[in-house]
Ligand binder design. Structure first.
Ligand code: SF4
Length: 677
């Protein structure tokens, strides 16, 4: 094979049943077609037959992939994408920041694929070319943060071992005095990076995620449950090889330009998404409050939950993902008069957590009031409300749960209690009322342990609604499941014209993702623009880099790929094709694994009726509903037009054979498509 640049040309394949490690060497043509990350992962789901409807997502035959791309390594804003068949029986391509992706490249791998199931808890120790399957019984049952700290000290490169073994007595006094003790052993300058699951993943809670650095998560669609089903606690990577680039000088000059641009981004460097967060309620009227019954508060005093407010009460320090100069991440120490929460080390929270396990759980109002009433509390009360949402963020992160799906799930149950459909007798005696963090703490423990009612709730929002609808003989309970493609809606509503468009959530290829792109095109009905936006975001998840930095990468992205790979003719059109291939494959994947005869009726139309039926009750967009309350316009006019623009059939949204041929993937997915056309 010709020498590759940017990529290493090697993907490790670990079979936990057979306890073997083999190496896959994809042809350069495959890298050009899919780059890496999400698109490459989608390709392997087809190549390895994971589209088989009989293949159990939580069985040993499922394929869990940790995938990076050609610029991952020396480029800033690095991420990794986890691709698998989700426990929800949907396409999972979930990205994660931190340093793990770059470290994997430095170890000499473009990805790790895991199949099979270990007979006991294990972790993978990746030290450059060597991959060992090691016993993980000592960390099984522990939260992600503690597990990470323990496992980091067990996979040490020669450098750390050397530093760790040297004693002060081995050095002359001057050198010994200069050597900071924190550089020793576990505290060496560079250590392995870890992606781990907590007890939520071990117990296969469907919406379990995979976490690195305590709170950076491949958050959505349940890769953690798949990892737990394989008895795989963690992957620990230490790489010392570097990143082989075709044109190092140009690449590093481009990196320097991106980092300089990022340093001028005052807004993002201040508080990241937390800088807007709950304040968006008063501008966009699209923030989740009490299971989306409200999207803004009537009284703007609630908006004290801001980046600066969090900074004053709890921020410890700034951190960032690899090479990022935006550093939008903040570990916090929770301050509260409630001993349950006080002193907990947590994460910011960011916009999504502020919404999904903050506003959506009724944490921000005073007890006995609702979001339509005046705020009667003090600044101290607001600080306690912040503590609740930071603590609930921690509970999700440490157990490795997606707080977007988790927040929808808890809010659904709270609304069912509010409306009298269920009560504490249906919840093992837990009185799950708006704003009650102790009740949330109790029920989350049950969900994580899959104990009692927690076992039902562990299958996520849609299945929770189905369970109670059947139990109570009340099909209308499904109306309160805030899910599209059976997965929870993120903290952006579709009724306000200022935020997401409903068709975005219906068409995005990763169920109900808020980072799908193309918003402007969806709003204006310019389907070509909408699709171009979706394609470029999918390609970003294949490179893989952070979408928050997309503005700083714009104009540099193609040149970076060229400098990394040496593909001098690589173009924006090629980026579009990468995204279009991923969209076609993931659409076919979901249609096939679900064996959908009429995908629109059976799947696409299962969105929250609240979008069309419940006008926004407060705020600048008071009275707004999605598509003027006419779902037929969305599903019978806009959706077929979008599908047609993609080269998919207008009735079912199936990519045609002609389209697959144009995309160069008819050999990969043509046979599957033929079954559904
Ligand atoms: S912007 Fe934030 S999430 Fe993105 S790479 Fe930088 S630190 Fe990570």
């Amino acid at each position: 094979m010709a020498e590759l640049f940017g990529m290493t040309g090697k993907i490790a394949r670990v079979d936990l049943t057979k306890e073997t490690v083999t190496v896959i060497e994809p042809a350069e043509e495959i890298y050009r077609k899919f780059l890496g990350g999400s698109a490459m992962g989608a390709y392997f789901l087809f190549k390895e037959g994971i589209f088989d409807p009989k293949l159990d997502p939580l069985g040993p035959d499922n394929l869990l992939q940790f995938m990076i791309g050609p610029v991952t390594g020396a480029a800033p804003n690095a991420r990794i994408t986890l691709v698998t068949k989700s426990a929800y029986n949907i396409f999972c391509a979930s990205t994660c920041g931190g340093h793990f992706g770059s470290e994997l490249k430095y170890a000499g791998w473009d990805g790790i694929q895991v199949v099979g199931k270990a007979s006991k808890p294990v972790y993978l120790a990746v030290l450059d070319d060597t991959i060992e399957i090691r016993d993980a019984s000592h960390v099984w049952g522990k939260g992600v943060e503690e597990s990470e700290l323990i496992l980091k000290s067990e996979v040490l490169a020669e450098l750390e071992l050397r530093e760790g073994m040297l004693r002060d007595a081995d050095l002359n006094p001057q050198w010994a005095a200069m050597r900071p003790p924190k550089r020793l052993g576990l505290h060496a300058k560079r250590l392995a990076h870890v992606m781990a699951i907590g007890p939520g993943g071990e117990n296969q809670v469907w919406y379990s995620c995979v976490v690195t650095e305590g709170a950076r998560a491949a958050g959505r669609w349940g890769a953690g449950a798949v990892m737990g089903s394989k008895n795989l606690k963690a992957v620990v990577v230490r790489g010392t090889k570097g990143h082989k680039l075709a044109d190092k000088k140009t690449f590093l000059a481009l990196v320097s330009g991106i980092q300089k641009s990022e340093r001028g981004d005052y807004f993002w460097r201040s508080y990241g998404t937390a800088g807007i967060g709950a304040n968006s309620a008063y501008v966009e009227d699209a923030f989740p409050i009490r299971n989306w019954q409200w999207c803004s508060w009537a009284d703007p005093h609630v908006k004290a939950i801001t980046g600066p407010f969090m900074d004053q009460t709890s921020f410890v320090r700034k951190t960032s993902c690899y090479g990022c100069n935006l550093h939008c991440l903040y570990p916090v120490e929770v301050t509260s008069s409630d001993p349950l929460m006080d002193g907990t080390m947590s994460d910011m929270p960011d916009w999504e957590a502020m919404g999904m396990v903050g506003g959506n759980l009724g944490y921000m109002e005073m007890e006995g009031t609702d979001p339509g009433q005046p705020f009667t509390g003090s600044v101290k009360d607001q600080a306690e409300h912040l503590a609740k949402l930071q603590y609930t963020t921690f509970l999700h992160d440490d157990a490795s749960l997606d707080f977007i799906e988790g927040g929808n799930n808890l809010a659904l149950v709270m609304e069912l209690v509010q409306r009298g459909f269920i009560d504490k007798n249906d919840l093992d005696g837990i009185d799950l009322k708006w704003g009650d963090v102790h009740a949330v703490d109790e029920i989350l423990k049950k969900i994580v342990a899959r104990e009692g009612i927690g076992d039902k709730l562990a299958q996520g929002t849609y299945e929770t609604a189905r369970y109670f609808a059947e139990l109570k003989g009340k099909p209308e309970i499904m109306n309160y499941s805030m899910t599209a493609h059976h997965y929870g809606q993120p903290a952006h509503d579709v009724r306000s014209p200022k935020d997401k468009n409903a068709l975005e959530y219906v068409t995005v290829n990763r169920a109900c993702a808020h980072t799908g792109g193309g918003t402007g095109g969806f709003k204006s009905g310019d389907w070509a623009a909408a699709i171009a936006g979706q394609n470029v975001n999918a390609a970003q998840n294949s490179l893989v880099h952070c979408q928050f930095a997309a503005g700083h990468w714009a104009g540099n992205r193609i040149d970076l790929i060229k400098a990394a790979t040496g593909w001098s003719d690589f173009s924006d059109e090629d980026m579009q094709l990468v995204g279009a291939r991923e969209y076609a494959l993931s659409r076919l994947f979901e249609i096939h694994i679900r064996q959908l005869k009429d995908p629109k009726e059976e799947y696409d139309k299962q969105v929250p009726p609240r979008w069309f039926n419940d006008p926004l009750p407060t705020g600048p967009e008071k009275g707004a509903v999605a598509y003027e309350g006419k779902p037929d316009v969305l599903f019978n006019e806009a959706l077929p037009a979008y599908w047609k623009e993609r080269g998919w059939t207008e009735d079912k949204g199936v990519p045609t054979l002609d389209t697959l041929k144009k995309l160069g993937i008819d050999d990969v997915a043509g046979a599957v498509a033929s079954e559904h056309l």
